[in-house]
Write a protein that binds this ligand. Structure first.
Ligand SMILES: [Zn+2]
Length: 199
């Protein structure tokens, strides 16, 4: 798992020690990029912590504040979910809750569970199971899609009421950037680190 790198385009198997150390590692058969060199666990932990804080902010603060004729209304992530439920859209409410709150929270919690001990030089409890769980959770979060929806909502509502994006929206933006950055890290670095710790 740790020493081999498989090309995801043509399935050629490479030994990491035989891949040239300069530049982006490329497949010898089809020249596609093999893996990222971005494997600094400290940086990965910092980005994970940033994403976690951004997720808490996105959940705890209003996404949009609207004022019409002096009346102020605040829309939060939770009020959006409750409103979908009240409008007899339980599937939409469930999808919002899973993709925006539950899945990102579980994934970030599991990442911290693995990263904190690895940084400290210990093998995390249930390491391989948790790594698989992280892999399974990943497709379930869709914060980026929600960000697009939020931008559209702000632009559309701007014509009807004076609309100000709140701290929650800022949280969603930071969360989207942090999750995109997390995707650029090489998770096989975690496996290699876990093997070193055990040895
Ligand atoms: Zn290839």
């Amino acid at each position: 798992m740790s020493e081999l790198a498989i090309c995801r385009y043509c399935d050629t198997v490479h030994r990491r020690s035989e891949v040239p150390r300069r530049g982006t590692p490329r497949c010898v058969t089809c020249d596609s990029p093999l893996y990222h060199r971005n494997n600094d666990l400290g940086a990965m932990l910092a980005v994970t912590l940033t994403a976690t804080i951004a997720l808490v902010v996105a959940n705890g603060f209003p996404l949009i504040t609207m004022s019409v004729n002096g009346l102020r209304t605040e829309a939060t992530l939770w009020s959006a979910i409750l409103a979908s439920y009240d409008h007899e859209l339980p599937l939409v409410a469930a999808a919002l809750a899973i993709t925006l709150i539950i899945a990102p929270f579980i994934e970030l919690f599991l990442l911290l569970w693995v990263l904190v001990p690895l940084r400290a030089g210990a093998r995390p409890l249930g390491f391989s199971t948790i790594m698989r769980a992280i892999h399974i959770m990943r497709p379930w979060r869709m914060v980026e899609v929600f960000l697009l929806g939020l931008v559209v909502a702000v632009v559309k509502l701007a014509g009807l009421a004076s609309t100000v994006p709140g701290w929650g929206a800022f949280g969603i933006v930071v969360l989207t950037l942090a999750l995109a950055s997390l995707a650029s890290f090489d998770t096989s670095a975690l496996w290699r680190r876990a093997d070193q710790v055990r040895a």
